[in-house]
Design a protein around this ligand. Structure first.
Ligand code: MGD
Ligand code: MGD
Ligand code: SF4
Ligand code: MO
Length: 835
């Protein structure tokens, strides 16, 4: 081995459900070098921008370092024994006084399988409450329902290599190019080697995924069931149904077909065009392509799941794959891509309110008794608990009195943010386990617990193709941060469950979980089976290579296993179910007061609420500010100019973003990315306006469809401020600014500010923000606009630099960033104002 190859540790990327293998090497300087793992079968060495920048994000800015009690804004550090005692005794007390239904956990697809398993075991198995839900409710719940209804199990049947075998790939409600970039790269390469590969994007917006598409169908918001029902009806009409497969392997075809036919009464595609907003020709082309192509892969994500008909959308897609038997074969099948790094792991261990563990179910008495026995408990919850939105509603009503939130930021990511804030305020005891001190949710915590983050924690994650990979410890953790499984186990021990939670390390948890998957599953009764991993010793766990489930034997070579190639499903009679579905309009309709539809989603280089990606100056460059995509005709009608800050309102609230005028959105829609919160901007959170409407089967919120109004903000002045460290969140939060955004830049943080006060007023506000520093101001006139610049010092060290002018003057952040990064001198600053 050459020196250049030494010291690399294999792990998995922190972000999306592609689950790319990485290799990382800590340098003596404390930095972390990261590269793609050539041997990992999910990415073969490729990484996207976020993966490449992982090393930038392991800095310690804003870390929560010690358990902390918060009372009326005052913080007091606690020892771990006191903190875990406090959680144990408060939860015990609430259960004693109000019953187990009064406690809850709200967890996350960013936990490792070991953390997730222990959290689920404690609350369902020992506290006797099934009020544990995950942010996967916001993400994968509709797919879970769709899978279970059709297959009898939550099974993703495909492998990533199907991308290379397919002749048609349909992307429905998935912006794969930005959200699962390495899969998109695989798709792009597949297209290069197979020019006949037909790629269709079904999305109301033109997205980066359209770059390689042969066609784009700009479907009206919520129109997917109508489109796939039309496909099903046309399959029958055009003799494209695989009747032998249907007769032998499925139930309920006739009902599903007649539902589909009921929506397509005429000979042409007129009904479908009406419901989907597409042209008849577009629909006919899609239908013909799907029918004529043998190997079709349908990749779908949040445009499908996050809808009040999310579960039905999923089944409308599965119906078409079943009817044509395009499932279980190479290059074929429905492919629900998972969002978070361990969304799949959470579903495996059962950390959702309506499932048990290891793909066992509440409504099966054998599962209940097997699980009780396995865990050695008499207190197993026997009924499903509250799903995320219902959970927070119950909290607002005062019914949930103690909640433990881990690895998720519901104050930002759940719909109707004001309600979430009210619920958290109302709850008597809120525990938040996070790596970061100042998240919006952390503001409501009575107790904050510091968790180890990516690069410090160790365990396993499962990706979208059911491949389990190790995340390994790469760096020491700061302060007193601990693994989530350890924190939960300590609390469990203090509640008197020492025997069941006496884990010495995460490997013990993993093998216990692997054993659980084999309970009552000796003959493949359930899809999820890890019998081949039940005998792992410490060394085996430590060196574990990626394993794709089911794992009957430890896999030493790369395995690509598809489900359902034998035509057998996990329903009682072994046959797949068609589900009769009908098109339904989204719950809220636009009206005169709220005439536009807000769609929301992701940006390429940011991850959710930015607690990690927000620490990389490189990643911040791509989308430095929250934006709102507006169609040119809408912008003209509303008198909105390009790059102007606008305010977006609904009956639930308001948020602000900078307008991007583009034909990429439909005239009736506007689109906002979800990443900014009170930590990074003033009032720029789409969830402030989003209605808490949800799918009746899955409980998944309708994040992609909220009627809103949009208005221009006529601000008078603006400023750019660079500081070496963040300005205190409470200070900037309470300053009278009409708009601000914080962006990481090489040597500090850049604040982009707008105000409806005039320039003098804004200068005063900025000076107040930098109160405790000595400043020196310069003024100049540029193109008739007065520009004020200032350098500020703290303890004789350069601390901040700012520029302020009326709104018509152009301010160039890159110039300021450059001056600040390269070490300023006062002359240079003067030049900035006079050049
Ligand atoms: N860069 C980046 N990548 C990520 C994440 C991130 O934060 N940043 N998060 C990860 C997570 S947790 C998730 S869940 C995934 C999400 O991955 P995706 O689902 O691909 O991403 P979104 O941007 O949420 O939404 C996808 C598309 O759905 C479209 N859409 C809206 N309404 C409809 C509709 O009615 N029908 C159809 N067909 N389409 C519609 C939107 O216009 C949008 O382009 O991304 C993962 N990857
Ligand atoms: N409007 C709108 N809202 C949405 C969506 C949308 O498309 N539109 N999408 C929804 C979807 S699909 C998702 S997945 C959610 C995501 O929303 P969230 O889950 O709320 O977002 P994150 O920023 O990923 O929050 C993760 C938190 O966990 C912390 N953390 C990271 N690693 C660890 C760890 O190992 N342990 C602990 N204890 N903490 C850790 C991070 O610092 C961060 O504060 O947003 C949902 N909200
Ligand atoms: S595609 Fe996803 S898992 Fe792969 S490097 Fe990018 S963010 Fe990480
Ligand atoms: Mo997600």
């Amino acid at each position: 081995m050459s020196q250049a190859d030494q010291g690399w540790i294999k792990s998995t990327c922190a972000y999306c459900g592609v689950g790319c293998g990485i290799e990382a090497r800590p340098k003596l300087t404390g930095e972390l070098e990261v590269r793609g793992d050539q041997q990992h079968p999910s990415n073969y060495g490729k990484l996207c921008t976020k993966g490449i920048a992982l090393g930038d994000t392991v800095i310690q800015d804003g870390r929560l370092l010690t358990p902390t009690v918060q009372q009326q804004g005052l913080k007091k550090p606690l020892s771990w024994p006191s903190a875990t005692n406090m959680v144990a005794s408060k939860f015990e007390q609430v259960i004693k006084d109000h019953g187990p239904e009064a406690v809850a956990f709200y967890v996350s697809g960013q936990l490792l399988t070991e953390d997730y398993y222990v959290a689920n075991k404690l609350i369902k198995g020992f506290m006797g409450s099934s009020n544990i839900d995950s942010n996967s409710r916001l993400c994968m719940a509709s797919s879970v329902v769709g899978h279970k209804r059709a297959f009898g199990s939550d099974t993703v049947p495909i492998c990533y290599e199907d991308i290379e075998h397919a002749d048609m790939v349909v992307l429905v409600g998935s912006n794969l190019a930005w959200c699962h970039p390495v899969l998109f790269q695989r798709l792009r390469s597949a297209k290069q080697s197979n020019p006949n590969l037909n790629i269709v994007v079904i999305d109301p917006r033109v997205t980066a995924s359209c770059d390689i598409a042969d066609s784009h169908l700009p479907i009206s918001s919520g129109g997917d069931v109508a489109l796939f029902n039309t496909l099903l009806a046309q399959m029958e009409k055009q003799g494209a149904i695989d009747h032998p497969f249907i007769d032998k392997h499925t139930n309920g075809f006739a009902q599903a077909l007649s539902s589909a036919q009921a929506e397509n009464s005429g000979d042409d595609y007129a009904d479908a065009a009406q419901a989907t907003g597409l042209s008849q020709q577009q629909i006919a082309q899609f239908v013909n392509d799907f029918i004529r192509t043998e190997k079709v892969l349908t990749i779908y994500s949040q445009g499908v799941n996050q809808s009040s008909s999310g579960a039905d959308k999923v089944n409308s897609i599965l119906n078409c794959h079943l009817a044509s038997a395009k499932i279980g074969k190479k290059g074929c099948g429905p492919f629900s891509v998972t969002g978070q790094p361990n969304a799949m792991g959470g579903r495996e261990v059962g950390a959702l309110a309506n499932m048990l563990a290891a793909h066992m179910e509440f409504d099966n008495p054998e599962h209940l008794s097997a699980l009780s026995q396995f865990w050695g408990t008499q207190n197993l919850a026997t009924q499903p608990g509250l799903k995320a939105i219902d959970l927070f509603d119950a909290m607002e009503r005062g019914e949930i009195k103690a909640v433990w939130i881990m690895a998720t930021n519901p104050a930002v990511s759940l719909p109707d943010s004001d309600k979430i804030a009210r619920a958290l305020k109302k709850c008597e005891f809120v525990v938040v386990s996070d790596c970061i001190e100042g998240t919006e949710t952390a503001q409501y915590a009575d107790l904050l617990l510091p968790a180890q983050g990516w690069s410090e924690k160790s365990g396993t994650v499962t990706n979208s193709e059911r491949r389990i990979s190790r995340q390994r410890r790469l760096l020491p953790s700061p302060g007193e941060a601990k693994p989530d499984w350890w924190i939960i186990s300590q609390v469990a021990q203090k509640m008197g469950f020492a025997d069941a939670f006496d884990y010495l390390h995460e490997g013990e948890i993993f093998t216990e979980y692997a054993k659980l998957t084999t309970l009552g599953n000796k003959h493949g009764e359930r899809d999820l089976n890890l019998i081949g991993l039940t005998q792992l010793d410490e060394r085996g766990y430590s060196t574990l290579a990626p394993q794709q489930w089911p794992v009957f034997e430890l896999q030493t070579d790369v395995v690509n296993k598809r489900f359902f190639n034998d035509g057998l499903f996990y329903t009682p009679n072994g046959q797949a179910n068609f589900v009769a579905v009908s098109h339904r309009e989204p719950i809220s309709a636009s009206n005169e007061e709220f005439p536009l539809l807000l769609n929301s989603g992701r940006s390429r280089d940011q991850w959710h609420t930015m607690t990690r990606t927000g620490l990389s100056a490189k990643l911040a460059e791509f989308d430095p500010e929250p934006y709102l995509q507006v169609h040119p005709s809408t912008a003209q009608y509303l008198d909105i100019e390009s790059d102007q800050v606008v305010s977006i309102s609904s009956p639930y609230g308001e948020f602000k973003a900078r307008a991007t005028i583009t034909e990429d959105v439909l005239p009736e829609q506007v689109y906002a990315p979800i990443h900014w919160s009170a930590q990074t901007a003033g009032q720029s959170k789409p969830c402030s306006v989003i209605a808490p409407n949800a799918d009746p089967f899955s409980g998944q919120p309708e994040f992609k469809h909220t009627p809103v109004s949009v208005a221009r903000c006529d601000h008078k002045s603006h400023a750019l401020v660079i500081t070496q460290s963040s300005i205190d969140q409470n200070v900037i939060g309470s300053a009278e600014l009409d708009y601000w955004v914080k962006q990481k830049v090489p040597q500090g943080y850049l604040y982009i500010i707008e105000s409806s006060r005039d320039e003098n007023g804004l200068i005063q506000t900025v000076e107040n923000l930098l109160q405790d520093t000595r400043g020196r101001q310069y003024q100049s006139i540029l193109a008739g606009n007065r520009i004020t610049t200032s350098l500020n010092y703290k303890q004789e060290k350069r601390y901040a630099m700012w520029v302020c002018a009326n709104i018509n003057a152009a301010l160039d952040p890159s110039l300021l960033v450059e001056l600040f990064s390269n070490g300023h001198d006062e002359m240079a600053l003067l030049q900035l104002t006079t050049s």
